[in-house]
Design a protein around this ligand. Structure first.
Ligand SMILES: Cc1cc2nc3c(=O)[nH]c(=O)nc-3n(C[C@H](O)[C@H](O)[C@H](O)COP(=O)(O)OP(=O)(O)OC[C@H]3O[C@@H](n4cnc5c(N)ncnc54)[C@H](O)[C@@H]3O)c2cc1C
Length: 505
């Protein structure tokens, strides 16, 4: 195993992993999106785990460039080992619903790993292993490909200022999506016809997700929201139900995949009528009165309670209506947040009005124009930096808006909740577009495909046209699903490990 970073991952400080961004509003910077070192970006991730569904691997007529050379059935044997790898339960479906009959499903679980940092979780095991040699602070600079035999015959690496040549029998690139593409694009420079050259699929179809909130959901009765809140398991992991759409509904409405979940309403809004949340809001707001705190943001700031919107009167009203509940609620929040080994990925608290922000996490459609190329600028080792032109297309935003309408209608029919848009109709698409931004989920850049014309790796994750070069990670996923990508990327990695162990090396 070779990793460019140190034993404890950190955001690169040398500039070797910088990104040139075409649009800084839609894509995170390198420091926000990646970590270098043992365990990689898992030292910074949100640890949300859910496998792709069968529909995510299928060819869908209304989703251009959809379809994969493997299906959910190929990955089914790896769901339990992957769940074990992340330390979560392997049930992602309560088994209550019949997808064929229920247009909106409430039987899917999302889980959060109890020990998110995979370097910490597995470091000792790997150190103790006699079969794994771990080379840290060693950066792979170049792959040398010999078209005559179709193999990568050697790699150039840089370790503490010294250059080395390595000649492995097989190579699995797992450098994170953008860096995987960067190494393959560099290889393509030396072999311009490799994988279709500039017009080919390497570095194209770059996807993340669209996420955010453009509506509120009000549950009747308020307790109906409870199953959709995260709850803690005895093993330290968290689980919650999410709202998803059946494949039939996605096809009928021509929607990209999406999930919905209620999340805490903005603390500053007293409309939730919760004395606990109002007390928390006023308590947290006290920091705005401190010149020390505000001075960091606004030099010369003079503390006054009146220069920002505290909403003191309305929040005090909430507290006075139920003062005891305010105290017990704050105690509960404090105990829960301090008591968990892994922090919840977001703040949540049940409120008496049953009103929550409605969060969506939606599929980003594959688009060949959303891509990474090599910049004219190079890093200190002379390697060209990746240039990221990450794009959303109108169909991505339209699908999110339409999914809200379909979901709202279904909730109203069931009588369990209502969806209220935050914006007038004309502003909704713009609001969804403003929130669309990623770079954390680096999907599609070396996508799987049956043919080298439409993708980079085959169903065994071997780079088309090569005999010994493989790619692993979210970049091999050909579509982005509603699901966070790492669980499925690890299932594919375990399947690749079996393939290699069965005779390749
Ligand atoms: C803030 C944040 C939240 C996230 N939340 C979630 C979530 O909740 N759920 C989810 O599924 N995903 C989430 N992700 C995405 C998830 O972290 C990534 O999908 C996952 O870490 C990718 O794993 P990887 O091993 O493919 O790449 P990485 O974890 O990025 O690791 C790549 C490793 O390769 C090394 N490397 C790179 N280039 C070279 C080179 N040339 N030579 C040698 N070594 C190299 C790096 O040093 C690094 O250690 C999140 C990401 C972020 C940033």
């Amino acid at each position: 195993m070779i990793d460019a970073g140190p034993a404890v991952p950190r955001a690169d400080v040398s500039g070797a992993f910088d990104l040139e961004l075409a649009d800084t509003l839609t894509h995170a910077t390198a420091e926000e999106a990646t970590r270098q070192g043992f365990g990689g970006t898992s030292s910074a991730w949100g640890a949300r785990c859910s496998p792709y569904e069968a529909v995510d691997f299928k060819t869908r007529a209304h989703v251009p460039h959809s379809g994969a050379p493997v299906g959910a059935e190929d990955l089914a044997p790896y769901v339990t080992p992957t769940a074990r790898f992340f330390g979560v339960d392997d049930r992602f479906d309560s088994g209550e619903g019949d997808a064929a009959e229920t247009p909106v499903r409430i039987d899917r679980y999302m889980r959060v790993s109890p020990c998110a940092d995979m370097g910490r979780r597995y470091g000792t095991d790997l150190d103790a292993s006699e079969r794994v040699l771990l080379l840290l602070e060693t950066r792979v600079l170049k792959l040398h490909f010999d078209p005559a035999c179709g193999a990568v015959t050697r790699i150039d690496a840089l370790r503490r200022g010294e250059r080395y040549t390595l000649t492995p029998r097989a190579i699995v690139l797992c450098c994170g999506g953008i860096q995987n593409a960067r190494l393959l694009l560099d290889m393509q420079r030396a072999h311009p016809r490799f994988l279709g050259g500039d017009a080919g699929p390497v570095g194209r179809y770059y996807m993340g997700h669209l996420s955010g909130s453009v509506a509120r959901i009000a549950f009747h009765p308020p307790a109906a929201a409870r199953p959709f809140q995260f709850s803690a398991n005895p093993d330290g992991s968290f689980v919650r139900r999410i709202f998803t759409f059946s494949p039939a509904l996605l096809e009928q409405e021509k929607l990209l995949n999406i999930y919905f979940a209620p999340v805490s309403y903005p603390l500053g809004d007293p409309g939730y009528r919760s004395s606990t949340l109002s007390a928390l809001h006023l308590g947290l707001s006290l920091r705005f009165l401190s010149t020390g705190y505000m001075g960091k943001f606004r030099p010369g700031h003079k503390a006054t309670p009146f220069d920002f919107r505290l909403g003191v009167r309305a929040h005090a009203g909430n507290i006075l209506r139920q003062p005891v509940a305010a105290v017990t609620g704050l105690y509960r929040i404090g105990r829960e947040r301090l008591g968990y080994t892994q922090r919840l990925p977001l703040f949540q608290y049940e409120n008496p009005a049953g009103i929550y922000a409605l969060r969506y996490h939606a599929e980003h459609a594959p688009n060949p124009e959303s891509r990474v190329t090599l910049s004219n600028r190079s890093d200190s080792a002379g390697m060209p930096l990746p240039r990221v032109d990450f794009r959303y297309a109108p169909m991505d935003m339209v699908s999110v808006e339409r999914a809200h309408e379909v979901f709202g209608r279904w909730l109203a029919q069931c009588g369990v909740a209502r969806v209220h848009w935050l914006q007038p109709e004309d502003d909704r698409l713009a609001h969804i577009q403003v929130q669309a931004s990623d770079g954390f989920h680096q999907i599609g850049l070396t996508r799987m495909s049956a043919s080298p014309r439409s993708g980079v790796v085959d169903g065994d994750l071997k780079v088309h046209g090569t005999t010994n070069l493989f790619v692993s990670g979210a970049s091999v996923l050909p579509t982005s699903s509603y699901a966070h990508p790492t669980f499925t990327a690890v299932s594919l990695a375990l399947r690749l490990a079996d393939f290699l162990a069965a005779g390749f090396v």
